[in-house]
Ligand binder design. Sequence first.
Ligand code: SF4
Length: 433
Amino acid sequence: MRYLEQLLDQFSGTPTNIIVKADTLRRGIRLTEDLHVAGAAACTTGLTSKADGLLGEARPVPSQFHFSADDTTVDIRGEDESPYQIDRDEDGRHQLRCSGESLGEVYFTPRPTYMDRQTSDGKSCADYLVQRGPSCLFIDVINFCAYVKKGEACHYCLLGPLMEAKLQQGLTRPVSDFKMVAEAVAIACEELDLRDLKLCGGGLYNTRQEARLHIECLEAILTRIEAPEEITILSQALVKEDQQRLKDLGATNVCFDMEVWNEDLWPKLLPGKAKAVGRKEWLSRLEDAVDVFGRGHVGTNFVAGFECAPRPGFLSRDEAFKSYSSGFGELIARGIVPWFTVWTANPLVGGFTAADPPPTEFYLQLGLVVHELLEKHGVYPDLGFDSLGVDPETLGLYCYYCYSMQFTRDYPRLIGRELPAKEKDERKAESAV
Ligand code: SF4
C-alpha cells in the first residue's frame, strides 16, 4: 500500500483509478479463491484468460474487472507476489484491495450464454470469439504468426509462441474457418449488443495476403449480421489499396502496431516486421491510413518499457522516455494516435524477469505525455470526446472496455469527471472528520 500511496502523492493531478489501474497492470493481481469462484459466472474469453488456459492455469478467472464507480476496466493478470487482490464481501459484492485496504467496489462482465452454444461444426462459440467488456468482440483471423517458425518473431511477443503451441496441440487451424466465425458471431449477437467488432491475428510476410484474409473474414461476417457502428482492423501495416477495400466493406478504424519506436532497435527487436514491411514504410502506410479512414481512426500501439529492458544493446530508461515522447509527438502531429501497453515480462519469452520492466511511475509519466499531446493537438474530439470527464459516445479506437491492458484511454473520460453521489458523500464525510 505504501508504494501506491507514493504514486497517489506523486501523481496527485491524475485520477485515482488511472493510477490504480496502471499499478495493477504493472504488478498483476493475486488469484484468490473468491476470484476463481467469480470466474465461473464471468466472461472468461479474454486474451489473458486464454493464455492462462494454455499455460496450465486450470480454473478460470474473469478476463477483466470493472470499477463500479466509473466502469474503468482492467485486465486481470495473475501474479503471486502482487499486493492486489479481489475479495467477495458478505453481501456478495467484490472489492479490489491493496494490502488488505479497499480501493472500491468492482464487478465482472457476466458469462455470456453463447459460450455454451456450438456452431454447426460442433465447436464452442468461445473457440472463435474473444469477448472483452459488454459490447465488443475480437475475432482471430489468422491463428499463427509466420515469424515464429523462422525465428523472426517480435522479441517481447508471447502471443506468437502461444498460437504456435495451440496449433501444435491441434486446438486450432492456421486460418480460421470464416463461415464458422460468422456463424459464431451471429449466435453471439442474439444476446450481445455488438457495438465494436475487432479483427486481429498473427502476421504474415506477405501483407497483401494478410489483408486478403481480413477482407474475406469481414465479408463472411457481414453476410450474417448488420455492420456494427465500429469495425476495427488490427493487423500489420497494409498497403493503401487494401486499406480502401476494407473501408469500402465497412471498416471504420485500423491499428497498425509499431510496438517499438527507436529506429536502431526496430529491426533488431522486430526482425519479421522489418523484413516484411520496414519501419519507414510502416510509417508511410500509417499516414496513408489517415487519408483513408480520417483523423481519430488510425492508431498504433507500443510495448512501452521494452526498449529499455536492462540488457546490453537496449536504451537506458531516460533515453527510452525521451525517444517515446518525441515519437508520440511526431505521430500525433501526423494524425496517428499512439498508445502503449504496460510491458510485463513473461518467463517464457526472452528470459526476462518480473523485475525487468520499468516501475509504474515510468508508465504514469508516459501516460501524461500522451494525454497532454492529444489535448494540445486537439485530437480528443476526433476520438469522440466533445468534452472531458464523460465516456465517449462511440467506442472505436477509444473503447475503454476492450483495451483494458492499457490506461491512456481513461484520461479523457476520468479527468474532470463527476463522482457518483454515494462516493461524493463518503469523501465529504471523510473531509469533515
Ligand atoms: S507480428 Fe510480432 S507481435 Fe504480432 S504475433 Fe507475430 S511476433 Fe507477435
